[in-house]
Design a binder for this molecule. Structure first.
Ligand SMILES: *[C@@H]1O[C@H](CO)[C@@H](O)[C@H](O)[C@H]1NC(C)=O
Ligand SMILES: *[C@@H]1O[C@H](CO)[C@@H](O)[C@H](O)[C@H]1NC(C)=O
Ligand SMILES: *[C@@H]1O[C@H](CO)[C@@H](O)[C@H](O)[C@H]1NC(C)=O
Ligand SMILES: *[C@@H]1O[C@H](CO)[C@@H](O)[C@H](O)[C@H]1NC(C)=O
Length: 641
C-alpha cells in the first residue's frame, strides 16, 4: 500500500445530509499519470453482424459483400446486398478461373434479350449508402467475359436513389475480347445530395447493345473520401469522432478477431467467417490499423492469436509451433528489420521501411475462457517471443493471478461489464492491489444494464440500448478510481467502441452509427472528458466514501500549473463539496465542463445532442464550494501553484 493512501486517510471528511463534503487536496503528488492511460479498444466483431465496426463501420468501404467471400455459390444468401437492375440475370458462381486464389467466387451477369434501357446490377451498401454531392467517389471492379464476344460498349457506373434517380455516374469501356480479368477504376462526383441513405451503387450496360451478353465481375469496391485521404482508409465522420477523444492507445485488431490474412493486396484476402458467424472481409488490414494509430498519435496494443478459438478448442502444446511462428511474423511485420525478416520486408514492399512503435502485445483475448490450456500456451508463446523481442511487454488475458502463470505476467488485461451501481461501488477496485510491479490494463468495461441479475440478457431484459446519463456517471466514478490507481493501471478503454444502430449483436456501444451519421453517447463524452483533461501527476485528496454516490480525483498538469478535478455524482440529488487547496496562489476563477441529464436519458438518433458537455466559468480559490448536480460528471480546471 502506498504512503499517500495513509496520508489521505488523515484528511478530515464530513459527509451527511445537506452538509458539504470537504475535500482536502495534497500539494505532493503520489505518482505520475501514465501517458497511456486513456485509449480505445477496437472491437471488430462480436457486436455487429454484417455491419461490423470494421466493415460497414470505421472502414470506409461502401459496398457490402464486395468480393463474395466465404459464401456458397448459387444460393440466394450469396447475393446478400446485391440485386438485379432492370431484369438482368445475376448469380454468384464458383469461377473456373478466379480473379485470385483467395477469391474463388464471381458475380455472373447475363443481359437478357429484348431489353431496352440500362440493365445490370446494384449493391445496397451496409444498410444504405450516404451520397454527398461534390465529393469524389472511387469505384473499382474486375471483369471478364467468360466466352469471347464481339461486344464493344461501355458500362455506366454510378449511384442512384432506390427509385432510380441518378445521383452521379461515369462510364468505362468494356470489351468482349477481355476473357482474362481486367481491373477498372473510375472516379465520379454526384451532383445531388439525396435526403436519405437508401441509395444504391449500380453497374449497368445498354440493354439493346449488350443483349444476350454474359460477364463476370469480382472484387467490386466503392469508397468516398477517407480520413486524411488514406487509400483503403477510414470513414470520415466516425474517424473524426474517435480522433476528438484524444486517445493514447488503440487495442487492435479487436477482441475475437485475431485470425485472417490482412496484409497485401485486397484481392489476395479470402476474408473469413469470424468467431461471431458473419463474414469479415479483412479489408481493413494490419497496415491500415498501424497507419491509423500514427494518424491519431496512439500507440498500438496489439493482440496475437494464442491457440484458442472461441468455439472452445485449444491447440495442443505439441502443435503450437506454427502459431508461435505466426505471432512472431505478425510482430516482425510491425517492428522487424526488412534486411533480416521476411514479414518486415513485406512491410517495406508495401511502402513502410521504418518499424512502427510497439510496446504492448496481448497474448490471446479473454483466455479466462480457457485458463487450463493458457498455462502452457502463455508459457510457450511468451518464452519464445520474449527471447526474440526482449523490449516487448506481454499482456496476459486470464483472470489476475488465476491460474498462476509462468513466466509471471508483468501486465494483465481486465474486463468487466456491469451495472452503473457496480461501477460506482467498485471505484476502489484497485486500491487494495499490491504495488509489486504487476500492472493492469482495464481493457474492456461498460455499464450495460441496471439489472444486476441480468448483465448478459437481451435488451428487453434490461440491457441498455444506448449508454444513459446514469451508466456514464457510474463509469466516471470507476474512472476516478482508475486515475487514483494509475500507478498500477497503465491503460483503460471502454468497450465496445462502435455499433450499428440497428444491425448489431450487442448494445450499448460508445458510438452508434448508421450509413449516414455517427451518434456520440453519454459514455463517449465521459471518455472524452477524462482523456482531454489529463494531468501529469496524481494529487491525493480526502478519499470519497467507498459505498457512497460522490466520487472525485485530482491531477496536476505541471506545464500549465493547472489543477484538474473530476467529480462524478451518481445520486439523483445534487451534492455540495468544499475543496481545500494547500497552494499559495490559486486562481480566482476556473473552467467547469459538465455533463448532466436525467438518469435514464440517452443520446439517440432522434435526439443525438440531448446530453452534451456544457462549459461555464466557476469561482475558485484556496477554499471553494462546488455543487455537483444530480447525475453529473464535472471537470473543474484552474491554476494553482
Ligand atoms: C439465369 O442464370 C442462371 C444461371 O446462369 C440460369 O440457370 C437461368 O436459367 C437464368 N435465368 C434466366 C431467366 O435467364
Ligand atoms: C504481485 O502480487 C500478486 C498478488 O499477490 C502476485 O500474484 C503477483 O505475482 C505479484 N507480482 C509480482 C511481480 O511479484
Ligand atoms: C470547454 O472547455 C474545454 C477546456 O477549456 C475546451 O477544451 C473546450 O473546447 C470547451 N468547449 C466548448 C464547447 O467551448
Ligand atoms: C461554502 O459554503 C459554506 C456553507 O456550506 C459557507 O459557509 C461558505 O461561506 C462557502 N464558502 C465560499 C467560499 O463561498
Amino acid at each position: 500500500m502506498l504512503l499517500w493512501l495513509h496520508l489521505a486517510a488523515g484528511f478530515l471528511s464530513y459527509a451527511g445530509l445537506g452538509t458539504a463534503v470537504t475535500v482536502s487536496i495534497s500539494a505532493t503528488a503520489s505518482h505520475p499519470i501514465p501517458t497511456t492511460l486513456w485509449g480505445q479498444m477496437f472491437e471488430v466483431s462480436y457486436h455487429q453482424p454484417r455491419a461490423s465496426s470494421g466493415d460497414g463501420g470505421l472502414y470506409a468501404e461502401l459496398l457490402q459483400n464486395r468480393a463474395f467471400q466465404q459464401v456458397t455459390p448459387g444460393t440466394t444468401a450469396a447475393l446478400n446486398a446485391w440485386q438485379a437492375v432492370n431484369g438482368a440475370n445475376i448469380s454468384i458462381i464458383k469461377e473456373t478461373t478466379p480473379v485470385s486464389a483467395a477469391l474463388p467466387n464471381a458475380l455472373h451477369v447475363t443481359i437478357p434479350t429484348g431489353k431496352t434501357g440500362q440493365v445490370g446490377f446494384a449493391n445496397t451498401g451496409f444498410s444504405g449508402i450516404k451520397v454527398t454531392a461534390g465529393q469524389t467517389y472511387t469505384a473499382s471492379f474486375f471483369y471478364r467475359f467468360p466466352t469471347r464476344s464481339s461486344f464493344r460498349g461501355s458500362a455506366v457506373i454510378g449511384l442512384q436513389t432506390a427509385s432510380g434517380q441518378v445521383l452521379g455516374s461515369t462510364t468505362a469501356a468494356l470489351s468482349g475480347a477481355q476473357t482474362t480479368w481486367k481491373q477498372i477504376t473510375v472516379k465520379f462526383q454526384p451532383n445531388t445530395t439525396p435526403s436519405t441513405t437508401t441509395n444504391i451503387f449500380t453497374v449497368t450496360l445498354d440493354g439493346a447493345a449488350a443483349s444476350g451478353q454474359s460477364l463476370n465481375f469480382a472484387m467490386l469496391s466503392l469508397f468516398p473520401p477517407t480520413f486524411k485521404n488514406r487509400a483503403n482508409g477510414m470513414r470520415v465522420d466516425i474517424a473524426t469522432a474517435l480522433a476528438e477523444m484524444g486517445p493514447s492507445f488503440f487495442r487492435l485488431p479487436g477482441g475475437n478477431n485475431l485470425e485472417g490474412q490482412t496484409v497485401g493486396p485486397l484481392v489476395d484476402r479470402p476474408g473469413r467467417v469470424g468467431d461471431w458467424s458473419y463474414v469479415n472481409t479483412d479489408g481493413l488490414g494490419l497496415l491500415d490499423y498501424l497507419n491509423w494509430c500514427e494518424d491519431l498519435n496512439m500507440q498500438p496494443i496489439m493482440a496475437i492469436w494464442a491457440g484458442f478459438a472461441l468455439g472452445g478448442t485449444s491447440v495442443a502444446e505439441a502443435q503450437l509451433g506454427p502459431y508461435i511462428q505466426q505471432a512472431a511474423d505478425q510482430i516482425n511485420f510491425v517492428i522487424g528489420d526488412p534486411a533480416k525478416s521476411a514479414p518486415a520486408a513485406l512491410r517495406a514492399s508495401l511502402g513502410r521501411t521504418q518499424p512502427f512503435a510497439l510496446t504492448y502485445v496481448e497474448v490471446g483475448n479473454e483466455d479466462f475462457f480457457a485458463s487450463s490450456t493458457y498455462t502452457y500456451r502463455w508459457h510457450d508463446f511468451v518464452t519464445a517471443l520474449q527471447a526474440q523481442f526482449p523490449s516487448l511487454h506481454f499482456i496476459a488475458t486470464t483472470n489476475t493471478f488465476n491460474p498462476i502463470l509462468s513466466p509471471n505476467p508483468t501486465e494483465y488485461d481486465v474486463h468487466v461489464y456491469q451495472t452503473p451501481t457496480w461501477f460506482a461501488q467498485n471505484s476502489f477496485f484497485y486500491d487494495g492491489f499490491q504495488r509489486n510491479g504487476t500492472k493492469y490494463f482495464e481493457g474492456e468495461y461498460a455499464a450495460i444494464s441496471t439489472n444486476a441479475n441480468d448483465i448478459f440478457g437481451s435488451p428487453a431484459d434490461g440491457r441498455l440500448t444506448f449508454p444513459t446519463m446514469q451508466s456514464a456517471a457510474g463509469e466516471a466514478a470507476f474512472m476516478t478510481g482508475l486515475e487514483r490507481n494509475s500507478d498500477i493501471v497503465f491503460a483503460a478503454s471502454y468497450a465496445p467502441l462502435l455499433g450499428h444502430v440497428t444491425n448489431n449483436q450487442w448494445t450499448p456501444n460508445l458510438l452508434a452509427f448508421d450509413a449516414g451519421s455517427v451518434y456520440r453517447s453519454t459514455s463517449y463524452y465521459v471518455q472524452k472528458l477524462f482523456s482531454l483533461n489529463r494531468g501529469d501527476e496524481f494529487l491525493p485528496s480526502t478519499l470519497p466514501t467507498q459505498t457512497g454516490t460522490l466520487f472525485w480525483s485530482v491531477v496536476r498538469k505541471k506545464s500549465t500549473n493547472q489543477i484538474i478535478i473530476k467529480v462524478s455524482n451518481t445520486a439523483t440529488t445534487s451534492a455540495p463539496l468544499t475543496f481545500v487547496l494547500p497552494f499559495t496562489n490559486v486562481g480566482g476563477s476556473g473552467t467547469l465542463q459538465i455533463l448532466t441529464g436525467t438518469a435514464t436519458a440517452s443520446n439517440t438518433p432522434t435526439s443525438p445532442n440531448l446530453i452534451v458537455p456544457v462549459n461555464s466559468t466557476i469561482a475558485t480559490g484556496k477554499t471553494f464550494n462546488f455543487t455537483a448536480p444530480a447525475v453529473s460528471v464535472s471537470v473543474l480546471t484552474f491554476t494553482a501553484q
